[in-house]
Design a protein around this ligand. Structure first.
Ligand SMILES: Nc1ncnc2c1ncn2[C@@H]1O[C@H](COP(=O)(O)OP(=O)(O)OP(=O)(O)O)[C@@H](O)[C@H]1O
Length: 727
């Protein structure tokens, strides 16, 4: 929904919207593919073996536009809307540009509109977590009720004590027999002390039990949520931003937990005190209590009306805070890209805009809660004043004793405190329910592709023959763009088949389909006669296929653990063997800590060529029957390329290999070269035959040779210039 309300920044918002499509070609896709290409079970292994958490990231497609800071007048708004009765009380303190409600930057394309109403709290799911703690919950509830009971009883006892004290009122100190005074007071005083003690004991108990329930529930929700998120289809990650997902795992679970604990402790206690206190008010003085009762329906109506509009505001505010988190996450995770494109300050500006929007929404929410609390306090204090005046009047007519009036006032104060607490709780309940709804939404999400189930090909019939038969494909996020059309290809066992073609012609897509990252929309893919759709994805990625990416992602742990990630069950000898095969062993041995060297976040402390070789070792460790190489040397300089290429030459021996080629010089020796153009095969042959044809492949080769010559000339003209490009 594009809504440009005010003019000054309209143009920049619009330009941003038009020019900044959200980039799907991103590093975080790579990282997810890395995890999925090793089978999901191993990602949890990773969690236990490395200290850092996964930080998949997105690369901004364009530098941010928009977000200038022209300031405008303050706007104070009182909105009446919703279902006709809902009332939003708040104010808006915004700058003009904030009114551009369509994301005018790399936030474009996020899944949820800020006012998404589809997300509902799933009570059933909640119960399924809660039921494991039923014993403790009942204990906590009983303890909270006991506290409420004592809170109700204490005013009565205080009344008794005051009535006894009143008997001594007016007497001078020497007239009072101290012994009989203390004898008189001892009973109620000890009882009162006993109640104070019991109240403290039960308070301790319910807080302890609730914190145990809350923490245990939050931990299992977090674990389940992480599991449920990480097993989703890649399509899900194409839709959702990392920051938003992390936010659900952290802030939302935290909000939900706090709100749950507060509801049971304060909420239950306040409710019990409200009911119990109300009863004792009637017990003490039905006349006064009936007068006080008149104001209750007013409070109830106020509660429900404001509750509804505040919940709506809370949802908006949480969604906005998620957006702000994504901006910072994305920028920090891609700090090199940000630095290389000198975008630090535009990132700061984007973050400022998003956090400011978030602050405005939170302030509106706070204002709503404040208005509610102020009104409820006013009502309740009015009630106390009325009680005092009327009570004094009744006392003068001798229809109520001083002790009863005291007891009534203390009980009324208890009721008032409960109501006031209820209003504070309201904000937390709203936030908690919204957070819970968002958490449970993902918990209920089932991936289309079940990672664990499916066939495994028996070892005796495993040869590594891959067939694509009339495969058609469109990405779920772009249903109108056909990426592969009638794609048919056979990879014979042990053959090396190279895919070449212009950028965007669909080469990587073919690899993604073979990895079953996505399902073809037409045709079928088979491996040794078994339909890919029937093969277990975990087995396929964990054992059958090795995938070496163009820019491999390492995890922030040791070299040893990074290689072992390929097959967690591998022995040390096997890890070293894979390292030798990938020509990593020599350079690793020369490092001071050898295989225990930490590689830094995403392997940043290693060179591109070293990272690549570690990734090759990782892929070889599982001894895959099929290997996919997404042009593993294209990001390297000539010296590293030669080393990595020789590692790859060793790796492809006796394996069916699909090479996605960007540099045609590297695939001259491939058994078959397949030329793709706009998702269709246009030529098939080997290097010599295709050159002879003088067709599409020939043109590509010539084009690249010309480019290389130009680059060489440029380098010769400006030696020493660092031509590396980050990203
Ligand atoms: N996750 C995705 N969601 C939507 N569209 C995508 C996605 N990944 C790729 N595409 C689109 O599919 C088309 C083919 O992309 P693909 O990555 O397969 O091309 P490629 O030949 O490997 O390109 P390159 O050589 O530049 O890596 C492109 O138009 C691309 O924009």
């Amino acid at each position: 929904m594009l809504k440009l309300l005010l003019t000054p920044n309209r143009q920049s918002c619009w330009q941003g919207l038009v020019r900044s499509p959200y980039s799907t070609d991103s590093k975080h896709v790579l990282l997810r593919k890395t995890i999925q290409s090793f089978g999901v079970g191993k990602s949890s292994f990773l969690q236990t073996t490395r200290g850092n958490s996964l930080r998949p990231s997105l690369r901004p497609a364009h530098t941010v536009t928009g977000g200038t800071t022209s300031s405008g007048p303050r706007v104070v708004r009182v909105l009446l809307g919703g279902t006709g009765v809902s009332l939003t009380l708040g104010y808006q303190y915004r700058r003009w540009f904030v009114h551009c409600e369509a994301p005018a930057n790399r936030l474009a394309g996020q899944r949820y509109a800020l006012e998404d109403e589809r997300v509902r709290f799933d009570w059933w799911k909640f119960w399924r977590y809660l039921k494991h703690h039923l014993g403790k919950l009942i204990g906590a509830i009983l303890a909270a009720l006991a506290v409420a009971y004592f809170n109700i009883q204490i005013p009565n006892l205080l009344g008794v004590l005051v009535n006894k004290l009143a008997r001594y009122a007016g007497s001078s100190l020497k007239d009072i027999d101290t012994a009989s005074f203390f004898r008189d007071m001892r009973g109620p005083a000890f009882q009162l002390f006993g109640m104070y003690l019991a109240q403290s004991g039960f308070t301790f108990l319910y807080i302890l039990l609730l914190s145990q329930i809350g923490e245990q529930m939050a931990a299992s929700i977090r674990q389940d949520l992480f599991r449920q998120i990480i097993i989703q289809d890649l399509e899900f990650f194409d839709h959702n931003r990392t920051g938003e997902l992390v936010n659900r795992l952290t802030a939302d679970v935290q909000d939900f937990k706090s709100s749950f604990k507060q509801c049971i402790s304060q909420g239950l206690r306040s409710f019990a005190q409200l009911v119990g206190g109300g009863i004792s008010l009637f017990w003490i003085s039905p006349q006064l209590a009936s007068i006080a009762l008149v104001s209750v329906p007013v409070a109830v109506v106020m509660f429900s009306l404001l509750g509804r509009s505040l919940r709506h505001l809370s949802k908006k505010s949480q969604a906005q805070s998620e957006r702000a988190t994504s901006v910072s996450e994305e920028a920090l995770a891609n700090i090199r890209t940000v630095r290389a494109s000198a975008s630090e300050y535009s990132e700061v500006e984007l973050f400022r805009v998003e956090t400011e929007k978030s602050a405005v929404l939170s302030q509106q929410l706070g204002a709503g809660i404040a208005v509610f609390q102020a009104l409820s306090n006013l009502c309740l204090n009015g009630m106390v004043l009325t009680t005092l005046l009327l009570g004094g009047h009744f006392m003068s007519a001798n229809s109520i004793s001083a002790g009863d009036l005291m007891a009534f006032l203390v009980a009324a104060q208890g009721v008032q405190r409960s109501l006031a607490q209820g209003s504070i709780l309201l904000g937390s309940v709203i936030r908690g329910m919204t957070a819970g709804a968002r958490v449970f939404e993902y918990l209920n999400l089932e991936p289309k592709i079940d990672l664990k189930h499916g066939l495994t090909i028996p070892a005796e019939s495993l040869r590594g023959e891959v067939r694509f038969e009339g495969v058609e494909f469109v990405y779920p996020t772009r249903p109108n763009q056909r990426v592969l059309r009638d794609f048919s290809l056979v990879l014979r066992p042990g053959q090396t088949v190279a895919l070449v073609g212009a950028s965007g012609s669909g080469k990587s897509t073919v690899a993604s389909l073979l990895e079953r990252f996505y399902e073809p929309t037409g045709g079928r893919i088979t491996i040794d006669g078994y339909e890919l759709a029937h093969i277990s994805p975990s087995w396929l990625r964990g054992e059958l296929i090795g995938f070496i990416e163009q820019q491999p992602v390492l995890f922030g742990t040791t070299i040893y653990e990074n290689i072992k990630y390929g097959r967690p069950g591998a022995t040390r000898e096997e890890v070293l063997q894979a390292a030798k095969l990938s020509q990593s062993h020599d350079f690793v041995s020369k490092l001071p800590d050898g295989y225990d060297t930490m590689v830094g976040e995403r392997g940043i402390q290693l060179s591109g060529g070293q990272r690549q070789r570690i990734a090759i070792a990782r892929a070889l460790l599982k001894q895959p029957t099929i290997l996919i190489l997404d042009e593993a040397t294209s990001a390297l300089d000539a010296a590293s390329e030669a080393v990595v290429q020789s590692a790859l030459d060793a790796a492809v021996l006796d394996r069916t290999t699909l090479v996605i080629a960007h540099r045609l010089s590297t695939i001259r020796n491939a058994d078959v070269i397949v030329v793709l153009n706009q998702g269709q095969i246009v030529e098939v042959g080997n290097h010599d035959s295709l050159i002879k044809q003088r067709g599409y492949y020939y043109e590509l080769v010539k084009q690249q040779e010309r480019q290389q010559q130009q680059q060489q000339q440029q380098q010769d003209q400006s030696p020493g210039q660092d031509s590396r490009v980050y990203g």
